[in-house]
Write a protein that binds this ligand. Structure first.
Ligand SMILES: Nc1ncnc2c1ncn2[C@@H]1O[C@H](COP(=O)(O)OP(=O)(O)O)[C@@H](O)[C@H]1O
Ligand SMILES: [Mg+2]
Length: 283
């Protein structure tokens, strides 16, 4: 069975899942074609199924990416589905999660083109000794910076710069990322598969992960509340950090192109491939 695996022309970092996935697809009888979403020579209108793996530059070209999503999803089944991807590209989904009662990192959205008064107001509202300013559409910590209470001028300059290009988010800094760590819960074929710990990462840092780690019940509850409306997705990742009161809060719901850290959990890539096969056969 043929399947297109979407990557990008220039990967900003190595995709550690590429090789385990390639091998599992082979074991599962798939004939994968690895193609870049941003390669103009690829005919994405040709009929076929597509899985998104490492389209990691999309945040720099989000309008083109959303158009591409619409295009490939017309050509055949897409995983995750188009409507899941296109809303998940924009981190204001955190506000929607909060409205549903899911604990998220407290988030203020500052819209693209915000006035200097609006920028000031978003920062003035903060009561945190440290806070984070980041683009609404982002990945790989690009444009994500942490500031202290004494650095409002620098924060204002960064936020002002971000909102010339898109919306931005302001959040209190959750210091638990430094010791307990940010925890990523990986879901495959609708089931919790494994969890890893990520070291804090800001603009310019490399990714550093360890695990698998045991999954705390309260983390699992939050992740499952976030994912509940989606049913069984082929893949997804829920990134959590604990607040000063110890409550796990969603930092990111990753349904577009998350690293799934297959190598940390034997059998996980095969379960992904089995889930893919079931989805393609029951269509
Ligand atoms: N509110 C926050 N508190 C503590 N650390 C944060 C916060 N926001 C972001 N970070 C750090 O920055 C990294 C990147 O932010 P994230 O929202 O996950 O965006 P992305 O992974 O899409 O670039 C996180 O993995 C974490 O290390
Ligand atoms: Mg992240």
């Amino acid at each position: 069975m043929k399947v297109r695996v979407a990557t990008c022309l220039t990967l900003p970092e190595v995709d550690v899942d590429a090789e385990p996935l390639r091998q599992a697809l082979g074991r599962g009888g798939f004939d994968p074609q690895w193609l870049a979403w941003d390669d103009p020579s690829v005919d994405w209108d040709a009929p076929g199924a597509t899985i998104i793996r490492s389209t990691w530059n999309y945040s720099l070209h989000v309008d083109a990416f959303v158009e591409w999503i619409e295009r490939v999803s017309k050509a055949g089944p897409l995983f995750n589905p188009a409507e899941v991807i296109t809303t998940n590209c924009f981190k204001r989904y955190l506000l929607e999660l909060a409205q549903r009662g899911v604990p998220v990192v407290p988030t203020t959205v500052v819209e693209r083109g915000a006035s200097s008064d609006e920028v000031l107001a978003a920062l003035a509202e903060l009561e945190a000794a440290r806070f984070v300013v980041k683009p609404e559409v982002g990945g790989g910590s690009l444009g994500t910076k942490v500031f202290t209470d004494g650095e409002h001028a620098e924060a204002r300059a960064h936020l002002t710069d971000l909102v010339t290009r898109g919306a931005a988010l302001v959040q209190p800094y959750l210091a638990s990322v430094e010791d307990y760590g940010e925890r990523s819960l990986v879901y495959i074929d609708g089931e919790l598969s494994h969890a890893i710990r990520k070291a804090p990462r800001f603009a310019g840092d490399a990714e550093s992960i360890t695990g698998p780690f045991p999954i705390a019940d309260d983390e699992r509850d939050v992740a499952e509340a976030a994912l509940a409306p989606y049913g069984a997705l082929l893949y997804g990742r829920v990134d959590l950090a604990r607040d000063p009161g110890g409550i796990p809060r969603i930092m990111e719901l990753e349904l577009v192109e998350p690293s799934l850290f297959f190598a940390h959990e034997p059998g996980s890539a095969d379960r992904y491939v089995a889930g893919l096969r079931n989805r393609l056969q029951t269509r």
